[in-house]
Design a protein around this ligand. Sequence first.
Ligand SMILES: *Cc1c(COP(=O)(O)O)cnc(C)c1O
Length: 391
Amino acid sequence: MTSKMNIPIARTSLLENEIQSVIAPLENGWLVQGPKVEEFESKWSKFTSSENSLAVTSCTTALHLSLAALDFGPGDEAIVPAFTWISTANVVEHLGGKVIFCDIDPDTFNIDVSQIEGKITSKTKAILPVHLFGLAADMDPINDIAERHNLWVVEDAACGFGAKYFGRHVGTLGTTGCFSFHPRKALTTGEGGMVTTSDSKLADKIRCLRDHGATMSDLQRHMGAKPYLLADHPEAGYNQRMTDIQGALGSAQMDRANEIILERRNLANIYNEAFSTLEWLRTPVCYEGYEHGYQSYPCMFRPENLSLQNVKEVNQARNAWMELLQTAGISTRPATHAVHMLSYYQKKYKCEPKDYPNAYIANECSISLPLFHGMTEDEQNFVIEFVKNSF
Ligand SMILES: *Cc1c(COP(=O)(O)O)cnc(C)c1O
C-alpha cells in the first residue's frame, strides 16, 4: 500500500459505452429534449416504480416545478429540515413563500418527525422531507400528518437513488419526488434532475411548465403530420428541459443501476464493519425496513453527549482531524450545512444556532468520508487504516 494517496470525496465513474452514448444526440441533431430523454424517463419510471417521470435540469428545478405546479405562492409556508442542501429552502423563497425550518433527528440527519406538527399554521401548504445522503425520511408519519392537515409532500430525493422505505423507492411516497443527477450523486448527467409523481394531472402540468408552458413538446410536433399546428401556452412556463445529450448519459447508466447501488452498499458495509468498534465515530444508521442508497457516507465525530455546550470544542477537534486526513490525501467534508446558519436565512429569518440545535451540531461535528462506486480496494483500505489509527 502506498503511504500517500489522493482520494477525492467522490469521483465520477463512467463506462466507455456511457461516454460514447452522448455522441448519438450530437450526430442525429436532436441535442435538446427528445427521444433519449424519453428513454431515460421510461427507465427511471420502471426502476423506481413511479407512474410518471419527468426529466428536468436539476433537482432544484424539480423542487421548484413541483411547488409551482401545485400553485404554491406568496404567503404560503413550507416546512423544510434545517440540515439539507440550501436549495430545498431556496425554491420556497423563489416562489415568494416562507420557509419554516424544522430540526433534525441527530441519529439519521433527517427531519425530526415529532416536531413537524407543531410548525403547522393556517398558511402551511407543504412539507419538504429530505432523504439525506440516501437514507429515507420516516415517510409514514409524515404522510399521516400531511393527510390530516391537507398538505402536499414534496420529497427532496436528490440523494435518493436506490433508497427504499419499506420496499418502496423514495420519490414515490409523497405528492412528488425530486432527484438530482449532479456528479456528487450516485447517477449523473452533469447537471440534471427528475420529478416523479403518481398524479397524472400534476405530471401534465409539470410537463407543460418545464417547457415554456407549452401543451405539446418538440418531439410530439416533430412526429406530427400537421405542420401548421403550434402548441398553445396556457401557462407562463419555464425552460427547465433536460438535453438529449444528458438524457443519453442517464439512460446508459440506468442499465447498471442495480450494480451501482450494490457496489456502494458493499463499500459502506466494509466501512461499517471496520469502524464498528470506534466509539468516537458514529457511522450512518440504517433501520429495519430501510434500504440505504449511500449517496455519501456521513458520520458524526465524537457523537456521545454532543450538546450546544461542547459543540465548539468537538468542532475544533473535528476540523483538526479533517486537516490531518487531507494532508494524508483523504478528502472529507462536513456532511452538509445547517441552512438556518447561512447568511441569507440567518439575516432574513433572524436565526440563531440554538433555534435548530441538532442541525447546528450536525453542521459542526459531521464528517463524510470518501465513498463512490469505482473506489478501489487500495483506496478504501487506506482510508480505513488511517481512520482506525487516528486516535
Ligand atoms: C444535491 C442536492 C440538491 C440539489 O440538486 P441539484 O441537482 O444540484 O439542483 C438538493 N437537495 C439535496 C438534499 C441535495 O443533496
